[in-house]
Design a protein around this ligand. Sequence first.
Ligand code: 6FA
Ligand code: ABL
Length: 536
Amino acid sequence: TPYDYIVVGGGAGGLIAADRLSEAGKKVLLLERGGPSLGSTGGTYQATWLKGTNFTKFDVPGLFETMFSDGNPFWWCKDVNVFAGCILGGGTAINGGLFWFPTYNDFSSGAGWPASWNNHGPYTAKLKARLPGSDHPSTDGKRYLEQTYDVASKLLNSQGYTNITINDNPDFKDHAYGYSTFDFANGKRAATISTYFQSAVARPNLTYKQYTMVLNVVRNGSQILGVKTNDTSLGPNGVIPLTPKGRVVLSAGSFGTPRILFRSGIGPSDMISLVQNDATAGPNLPPQADWINLPVGYNVSDNPSINLVFTHPSVDAYENWAQVWTNPRPADAAQYIKDQSGVLAQASPKLNFWRAYSSSDKRTRYLQGTVRPGAASVTTVYPYNASQIMTITAYLSTGITSRGRIGIDAALTARPLVNPWFVDPVDKAVLIQGLNDIVSGIQNVPGLTLITPDNTTTITDYVNNYDPGSLNSNHWVGPCSIGIVVDENTLVKGTKNLHIIDASIVPSLPVGNPSGTIMSAAEQAVAKVLALAGGP
Ligand code: 6FA
Ligand code: ABL
């Protein structure tokens, strides 16, 4: 059967697109390559201690850190060489859940948005109505495991920071800090899954197919006719058609969407040539005369981030989250099962802060900090108390000038081709300054000890010797930037009916972890698509 809209990918962007398109009465097909995540969507992957409940690994916020330590991490995309979620909810099913409503700057022309996008307010309000977020997601309204919050707030108070409720003051991002805020509700992960997805699948005019991978769009020149999937039960050769005025919306993420474009003959010729050389994908390319040359994969950014690890005698490192899957603290597990309250109703972050820097190139760059108990790794020549470790991750965000490139290799694995961090030395200099400012306050907090780097290494040497891969923040945006690859209505240039609604159209990094801005952008994008003339 033909569809008015085929939405490819059920992540942050795709679930909002599918919900709003079906709400408007369109006949929508939502295709997701992964399977269920939350228990409410049919997910079943549980820790033993959760047996008898309907909660999976993806529901329980306190299991977030185990995404990186699990022996069977089936949720990661195996054909993307950085972390990406291939499961219902995409990144939002497996991420830390940090959730920030956008600032004015996040959608400003200076950030690369067309003028028609600057007023994000009404769209953010629509998002907020569906997904308010919470800085106290435990169902009893209390906060738990707050020692690192207390330590970090002492550090920041001594440096002139103001304590605020972050999402009540989105534009206050200089010398501001507050409780970490999450897209969780009722002590569980919510994101776009238990919200937009739930209302979308309830509509008879929306069809959802999981475990279905889109390989390429099928097109006649600039006219998209449908999509080709890996499931031949869905149509001849796996092809699913559009209605005559129908449109395809790609929401496969910053790695998945460019790959679909390359496999459809859209993008730089070096990428399409790799597809051409592939025995399976090559024959599905349109004739070379129909290739559409666009800079898909360029203008990519991700926050460079650096971890500082400390100890403080008051801190409970919570066994560095190593026990929560197999052997959680019994009282905390019981409390969570009883009413989704307690330590496990929240993910690891406890406090976030921001500071603005003006730099030698006269630009303003923002630094974000995320504070949590535990640490991914410790490097010190001294003995230390592992039960007292905590991390401040410092991210360079809005204002970054460095850009990288995303593409594919000969195996069609999606990957960064050019790393986007520290291409511009000013970015690195500002992050080093921000780190130095953080550690300059240590003396104001009795008992606080920096253990990575320790006092045998300067911050500058630490940053210069940092493993480049560890600079990755998983916040990839921009490979199909608005104004460059897509027009202001998210239409892929050179096509009549191919749209993109996901992180890949975001032209530069927002000030916080990006999912809130991506969701607000999706609300705005789908409204613009629905308002276009000539559609179904
Ligand atoms: N962002 C935040 O705001 N806060 C966080 O705490 C945070 N943490 C993390 C994190 O801890 C990790 C490990 C990762 C990987 C990301 C984090 N992010 C965080 C970033 C945030 O999750 C992403 O920026 C956001 O999810 C991007 O939204 P998109 O809509 O652009 O893309 P998704 O990856 O969410 O969804 C793509 C979907 O398409 C997936 O479900 C995928 O399975 C599906 N898909 C891909 N290719 C497909 C194909 N060919 N056919 C069908 N489906 C496909
Ligand atoms: C994010 O936005 C980042 O993308 C994640 O990297 C981050 O989680 C979460 N939010 C929470 O702040 C970190 C984990 O806390 C680390 O344990 C892990 O090593 C790291 O992700 C891997 O990138």
